[in-house]
Design a protein around this ligand. Structure first.
Ligand SMILES: *[C@@H]1O[C@H](CO)[C@@H](O)[C@H](O)[C@H]1NC(C)=O
Ligand SMILES: *[C@@H]1O[C@H](CO)[C@@H](O)[C@H](O)[C@H]1NC(C)=O
Ligand SMILES: *[C@@H]1O[C@H](CO)[C@@H](O)[C@H](O)[C@H]1NC(C)=O
Ligand SMILES: *[C@@H]1O[C@H](CO)[C@@H](O)[C@H](O)[C@H]1NC(C)=O
Ligand SMILES: *[C@@H]1O[C@H](CO)[C@@H](O)[C@H](O)[C@H]1NC(C)=O
Ligand SMILES: *[C@@H]1O[C@H](CO)[C@@H](O)[C@H](O)[C@H]1NC(C)=O
Length: 249
């Protein structure tokens, strides 16, 4: 082996380290200083007044704030616009019991931070705060191709239209439809079947604090720790490589 060859071996990883500074940025600390205020985020969005009202009346605001404060896994919210709520058949919300309203809102909340790219790789169905994701209960499927992210509940197909907020802990995606769960709205279109009354009677109460069964969504890596590990491994790799190559000289 020539010295030039060995020098190339030495230099290459150093160059790739230098050329790849993005993954060397500091691991995103859990959120900004102070608690993230979901109310303020949605108010700023300007088109989520119905969602805000429901999140407040169902105490989901408190639950999300608790989750953000007490867990490191973060929270993902799919936020239907006022237009989305307005396009529901008249009386849809009013026909729901209080418990069903809670479940409906919890169905829009995933107790895990899912970045845009992670949305494309989650394993379906995704576990929501509403609990049981089995067919007929609260299944939520997220599929993506290219930039397009679709959500299917078995009742409605929605699209993700915008990212309202994203800080590594809390991400809020704007969706164009209210995500209607099978458990409450059945498998047909809500336009022909607005909340059948007899379906409400023997509904088992969804647990309000059902934690995400972590293996459901664990195929995605935790973005909060990823960069730090990446960087550490790169440094270790370059270091040991240099030591190794040094032996040849
Ligand atoms: C969150 O923001 C709302 C609206 O801006 C405000 O009324 C509320 O007091 C804030 N909550 C906290 C805990 O800061
Ligand atoms: C939120 O709900 C509480 C009762 O749970 C109510 O007192 C308060 O006025 C509501 N706030 C908003 C902004 O709707
Ligand atoms: C957040 O959690 C800490 C301890 O884990 C607690 O002292 C604090 O009161 C909590 N804040 C909120 C807004 O829940
Ligand atoms: C998403 O839904 C649209 C129709 O709303 C469809 O054209 C598109 O193929 C779907 N994309 C994926 C990835 O399912
Ligand atoms: C969600 O995806 C799973 C797995 O691909 C599938 O079995 C299920 O039928 C889908 N459910 C809905 C509501 O699309
Ligand atoms: C949702 O999309 C699937 C597949 O693209 C389709 O079979 C189904 O009929 C759609 N459901 C509704 C309610 O539009």
């Amino acid at each position: 082996m020539t010295k030039g060859y060995i020098a190339t071996l030495l230099i290459f990883p150093l160059i790739s380290l230098i050329l790849n500074p993005t993954s060397a940025q500091p691991a995103s600390a859990p959120g900004p200083a102070g608690p993230t205020n979901i109310t303020a985020i949605l108010e700023k969005g300007g088109q989520f007044t119905t969602l805000l009202r429901l999140m407040n009346s169902t105490q989901e605001v408190d639950q999300i704030n608790n989750q953000l404060n007490n867990s490191n896994s973060g929270v993902t919210i799919f936020a239907p616009t006022d237009n989305a709520f307005n396009s529901l058949p008249a009386g849809t919300l009013n026909s729901l019991t209080d418990q069903e309203k809670v479940s409906l809102i919890q169905f829009h909340v995933i107790p895990k931070y899912l970045s845009t790219s992670e949305l494309g790789t989650v394993s379906n169905p995704v576990a929501t705060q509403a609990g049981n994701s089995a067919n007929g209960e609260f299944p939520l499927n997220v599929t993506a191709s290219g930039q397009q992210v679709n959500i299917s509940t078995g009742v409605v197909n929605a699209t993700v239209d915008n990212t309202i907020h994203s800080d590594g802990q809390l991400v809020v995606y704007q969706v164009n439809q209210v995500l209607l769960p099978q458990s409450i709205f059945g498998a047909q279109s809500p336009a022909t079947a607005p909340a059948p009354a007899e379906a409400k009677k023997d509904k088992s109460k969804p647990t309000s604090e059902s934690p995400a069964s972590s293996d459901d969504v664990d195929t995605t890596s935790n973005s909060a720790t990823g960069p730090a590990i990446d960087q550490g491994m790169r440094v270790a790799f370059v270091g040991s490589f240099c030591l190794f190559a040094w032996g040849f000289l």
